[in-house]
Design a protein around this ligand. Structure first.
Ligand SMILES: [Zn+2]
Length: 331
């Protein structure tokens, strides 16, 4: 299975396709991609902070002379670990789905600086954010840099002679998830519609939409799949995450029907089959989102209080179920 190395940095997938990986793929340690043809380049996602994004751009420019100019960037979705580096490519056209751009306006980087600063007053949810991300990345000084071009459903770009198909397949992980598919090279950049070796996070849902997206991507004849987090994979990685969603959906539904609360259900579902995946505490968010669907709300807004409550529950779950040292990250 270890066809591709999982080491930090730039990986040559051949024929102008590149992946930038950040092990171990846990909270905030995201991947990005670069598509090159002739003197044309397209960057798929920036990273969580300016230092990491600068390191990535330096590595790309050292390996690929054409990357001195990056005229276009795609943000696959609105999570800071895929967009907060945008200010370092602020001269580029920054492309995202309309839903992603809207969500980005609601969660500027300044909010995270305040959250970290006030974590003692805010409580366990903010503490968990600090422990998993705030203490590891540098959010001070990041300027909100929104997309300059948005689209809905589908946008095809030409990079030299290559066609890059942008497909909006959300809402699923977030409200506006986009994947970048390069048919000619059978290479797919999924953003966070795929996590490899880690639990995905169903922030938005509905889960059926995410499963549909995985089925669609599997139907494309993909050979190289760069996930939003984790090692490079192929169709098998998409299938593994589909199996995960079918399992947790069915298990959560049984407990919903039996009258358990979402939190009780999250604690009760046996996750032994996925104990080798990182960030097991995400089951808490995933079950909460499934319950929201079972209550007839397909997907929707969560106010910050609700998000913090879920972060607090994840902290408790992680402390009791996934203590440090237990996690390993191989697949
Ligand atoms: Zn991510």
């Amino acid at each position: 299975m270890a066809k591709w190395q999982y080491t930090k940095g730039l990986h040559d997938l051949g024929n102008g396709m590149w992946a930038y990986l950040q092990p171990d793929g846990s909270w905030g340690w995201s991947n990005a991609g670069l598509v090159v043809d002739g003197d044309q380049t397209l960057l798929v996602d920036t990273l969580f902070d300016l230092k990491l994004t600068q390191q990535m751009l330096d590595a790309m420019r050292a390996a690929v002379p054409a990357a001195k100019r990056i005229p276009r960037v795609v943000n696959t979705h609105n999570n800071g670990d895929h967009v907060f580096g945008n200010q370092l490519v602020a001269d580029s056209e920054i492309i995202a789905s309309k839903a992603c751009a809207e969500e980005m306006e609601e969660r500027p980087p300044e909010n995270l600086v305040a959250l970290i600063k006030n974590r003692d007053q805010i409580g366990p949810g903010a503490q968990f954010f600090y422990e998993t991300m705030g203490s590891k990345f540098q959010f001070e000084g990041i300027k909100h840099t929104p997309p300059t071009r948005t689209f809905e459903k589908r946008l095809d770009l030409k990079v030299g002679d290559k066609v890059v198909e942008l497909h909006e397949l959300g809402p699923a992980h977030t409200r506006g998830d986009v994947v970048a598919w390069v048919p000619q090279d059978k290479t797919l950049f999924t953003g966070d519609l795929l996590f490899v070796g880690g639990h995905p996070v169903l922030w938005a849902g509905p889960v059926a939409n995410w499963i549909r997206a995985l089925d669609l991507m599997m139907s494309w004849g993909v050979e190289k799949v760069v996930p939003g987090h984790g090692r490079i994979t192929d169709k098998a990685g998409l299938k593994a995450q589909r199996d995960y969603f079918v399992y947790i959906h069915d298990e959560a539904k049984k407990r919903f029907d039996a009258g358990l609360s979402a939190e009780e259900a999250a604690w009760d579902i046996k996750m032994d089959g996925w104990s080798h995946w990182l960030d097991g505490e995400r089951i808490v968010v995933n079950v909460a989102s499934l319950y929201r669907e079972f209550h007839g709300k397909a997907y929707g807004e969560r106010d910050e209080g609700e998000v913090m409550r879920l972060f607090g529950q994840m902290r408790k779950y992680k402390q009791e179920r996934c203590p440090a040292g237990h996690q390993h990250g191989h697949d």
